[in-house]
Design a protein around this ligand. Structure first.
Ligand SMILES: Nc1ncnc2c1ncn2[C@@H]1O[C@H](COP(=O)(O)OP(=O)(O)OP(=O)(O)O)[C@@H](O)[C@H]1O
Ligand SMILES: [Mg+2]
Length: 392
C-alpha cells in the first residue's frame, strides 16, 4: 500500500555511495570534508542528478604537502574501478610550452610528427580504465598554479563544457570524468601558521609540538588557503570548481593511522607478489613508534613515511627472503631494539596454513580490510601453503 504524507529522509545516501564513503574512510585519514564532497558528487552522478554537459565533478584541493591530496584521488579510483593507477595525471609544470601542450592534445594535421603523436588526453586514454560497473575517468591536474596560458584555456574549456578539442579537431568528452586539481598556492602562509620560526612565540607552537592540530588552527589554515586561491586564480576559474577543499594538517594520532594503512599495504604486497614466500609480519608498538619518528615531519606530513618504511622495513625483509631466512608460512615479529636504535626481526612461527595467515592479517590490519580487498590471493595462498610446508 502506498503511504502518503510519509516523511522522507534526504540525508540518507544510497548503498554505492555508502560503500564508497566507508572504503575511503579506511584509506584516507583526517580529511572527512574531502571524502564527503567526493561521495556527494558520486551520488549525484550515479542518480543522474548532476548538471548535464559538465564533468561529473570538479575539485580544487589545496593544503599542506603530504596530507593526502593526491592519495585521495588514487583511493577514489581504487574504490570505484579497483585500480589506484587509473588516474590520468598531468603535472601542469611540465606543459609550459606549445610543443608540450601538443603532447596532451596532439598536433594539427600537416605538422611534422602529427601521425606519431598519441595525445595524452584522447577519448581512448580517458576510457581505458572503465569497468562494467563504473564508467568514470579520473583526471588529476597537479600544481595548476604552474599551468601556462594555453593549458589554462584548455582546462577552463574542460571544466565549462566537458569537452576538449584535439589537434586534429576530434572532440574528447569529459562528461564522465572526475576532474581533480591540486595547488600549493597559500602553502607558505599555511606553513607559517603551522611552523612558526624557532624562537617565535606562537599560539600554535604547543599544539604542534604535542602532535595535535587543534580545530582553530585547522580553520586558520583552511581560510588562508582559500583566500590565497582567490587571490591567485581568476574568478571564472574559482567559480567553475564545484568544491574547493583545503586539506588539513595531520596530527600525531592521524599519522599513526596512516602508518597502519601503509603497513597493511606492505603486507598486501607480500601476499600479492611473494608467491611461495607469502608470510606475515607483525610490527610491535615500539617498532611503529620508531617508524613514525623516522618517517614523519610536521612540515612534510606523511610524505616521508613511505620512504622510511621502504628503507627500514621492506628492504631488510627482502634481504631476509633472498637469503631464505624467511619462508612461506612464517610469522615474523618486527621489534625495535633501543640499544642498537634499529628494527630487529624475529621468527615467531613457521608453516602457518594460508587460512590462518589470513585470519591474523584480517584481525591486525582491519584498518584496510574490505577497502582494498586485503586478502591473500587464493592461488598465492595455495602455493604459499605448499611452499611453506615443503620448505620447512
Ligand atoms: N590523509 C592521508 N590519509 C592516508 N594516507 C596519507 C594521507 N596523507 C598522506 N598520506 C600518505 O602520504 C603519501 C603522500 O601523500 P600525498 O601524495 O597525497 O600528498 P599531497 O597532499 O598530494 O602532497 P603534495 O602537495 O606535496 O603533492 C601518500 O601516498 C600516502 O601514503
Ligand atoms: Mg600531490
Amino acid at each position: 500500500m502506498v503511504r502518503i504524507n510519509a516523511k522522507l529522509d534526504p540525508t540518507k545516501t544510497g548503498r554505492d555511495a555508502e560503500y564508497l564513503e566507508a572504503s575511503l574512510r579506511k584509506l584516507i585519514v583526517g580529511q572527512d570534508e574531502a571524502i564527503e564532497q567526493i561521495v556527494n558528487i558520486y551520488q549525484m552522478h550515479s542518480t543522474g542528478m548532476n548538471a548535464p554537459g559538465r564533468p561529473v565533478g570538479t575539485f580544487l584541493f589545496l593544503g599542506p604537502t603530504g596530507t593526502g591530496k593526491t592519495r585521495i584521488v588514487e583511493a577514489t579510483a581504487e574504490c570505484l574501478v579497483r585500480n589506484p593507477r587509473a588516474v590520468i595525471k598531468i603535472d601542469c609544470g611540465e606543459f609550459q610550452h606549445s610543443h608540450e601542450i601538443a603532447k596532451l592534445i596532439g598536433s594539427p594535421p600537416g605538422y611534422l610528427g602529427h601521425r606519431e603523436t598519441h595525445p595524452l588526453l584522447s577519448q581512448e586514454v580517458l576510457n581505458q580504465f572503465h569497468t562494467d560497473r563504473c564508467k568514470i575517468s579520473f583526471v588529476l591536474f597537479d600544481e595548476i598554479e604552474k599551468a601556462s596560458d594555453a593549458l589554462w584555456n584548455l582546462l577552463l574549456g574542460i571544466l565549462d563544457k566537458a569537452t576538449l578539442t584535439l589537434g586534429d579537431n576530434r572532440k574528447v568528452d569529459f562528461s564522465r570524468a572526475l576532474i581533480f586539481m591540486t595547488s600549493n598556492v597559500g602553502a607558505a602562509e599555511m606553513s607559517a601558521i603551522l611552523n612558526p620560526k624557532v624562537g617565535f612565540a606562537s599560539p600554535h607552537r604547543a599544539e604542534m609540538e604535542s602532535g595535535a592540530v587543534g580545530d582553530k588552527t585547522k580553520r586558520k589554515v583552511s581560510n588562508s588557503g582559500i583566500e590565497a586561491a582567490r587571490r591567485k586564480f581568476p574568478p571564472e576559474f574559482v567559480n567553475r570548481a564545484d568544491k574547493i577543499v583545503v586539506f588539513k594538517p595531520l596530527g600525531q594520532d592521524q599519522l599513526r593511522r596512516v602508518l597502519d594503512i601503509e603497513l597493511g599495504m606492505v603486507q598486501q604486497r607480500v601476499f600479492d607478489s611473494s608467491g611461495v614466500n607469502a608470510f606475515v609480519f607483525s610490527p610491535t608498538d615500539s617498532a611503529k613508534d620508531y617508524l613514525l619518528k623516522e618517517g614523519t615531519d610536521v612540515k612534510y606530513g606523511a610524505r616521508p613515511l613511505k620512504r622510511a618504511i621502504e628503507k627500514l622495513l621492506v628492504h631488510p625483509m627482502s634481504n631476509l627472503i633472498a637469503t631464505d631466512q624467511v619462508r612461506g608460512g612464517d610469522m615474523v615479529r618486527v621489534d625495535f631494539d633501543g640499544d642498537d636504535g634499529k628494527l630487529v626481526f624475529l621468527k615467531e612461527a613457521e608453516g602457518m596454513p594460508p587460512h590462518y595467515m589470513q585470519q591474523i592479517t584480517a584481525a591486525s590490519l582491519n584498518a584496510l580490510n574490505g577497502a582494498t580487498g586485503l586478502l591473500l590471493n587464493e592461488e598465492n595462498a595455495r602455493v604459499a601453503a605448499r611452499g611453506g610446508r615443503k620448505n620447512l
